[in-house]
Design a protein around this ligand. Sequence first.
Ligand code: EAX
Length: 323
Amino acid sequence: MKKFTTLIIAVFALCLFAGTALADAKYIMRIGTTTEPEGHYHKGLLQFKEKVEQYTDGQVQVDIFLSSQLGNERDMIEGLSMGLLEGSLTSSAPLANFSPDFLLLDFPYVVTDREKAYKVMDGPVGQAILGTMDSKGVKAMGFWENGFRHVTNSKRPIVNPEDLKGLKIRTMENPIHQATFEFFGATPTPMAWSEVFLALQQGTIDGQENPLVIIDTVKVYEVQKYISLTGHFYSPAVFMLSKQIFDSYPADIQEAIVKAEKEARDWERAYSAQLDEQLVKDLTAKGVEINTVDAAAWKAACAPIYEKFKDRVNADYLKAMLE
Ligand code: EAX
């Protein structure tokens, strides 16, 4: 309960200093994320903000809170379900703690082709998975992109899976992510994203894994020497609203929000997909040693993870993702 009191106080305090208030805003939508101002989530949410405020003629004001100001990803999802927060954009991995159907997206190398994956995520399978959050009080509206996740660490280049042996690697709080790193001999250390930079700086963990844009915008390169382009997991980012709050809006406001989210999602996916080429150059220039890996060999080495977890997900869904 203490966490939620903190959340309520944080939200209230931050609202007092939120961006310029729209004169005739009837509804304030606070949207939280753990990511940084220069990151892809924020740029996509600014598109959402602009569109919603335009499509509702200023009746809705969107205030975006970054850098885990409103709590970590699990806290924010809890906040949505309790009607304490209007919206959040988080990686899909923590959602497996609320609805096991999201585990489908957490298998290593289950996504290698974005466009094929989007067809599944935007089709009946993805919509059914998003719909499982309704009963938790969360309206999960769409799969945006966090991106392909790569391993960073302070000890050595990771070329083959066995190079992970003995390393303490922070993972998100997700059973398949943790099991995958454990399988390769690492010690998976799940923790909230806001705690990771300090843990890396203090050496309590050796590494972490995230898309390059997260690595760059949080300046992980300042405390990590190696980036290995494993692309081992593909992270969707899920745009979610509190269902009770969304349902309380008039129909025209709801329609405007649905339209704006779809357009902002398409914008953010396209923006995110073109970042990595330049980021490899930028991060190399910042002194990080970046190596590629044999993704086919890594993918083959992950077969036992599918054996271990395939019964935890809908077989038809897994087939749709892998086809
Ligand atoms: O969703 O926790 C993570 O590593 C996520 O990539 C981050 O919070 C953005």
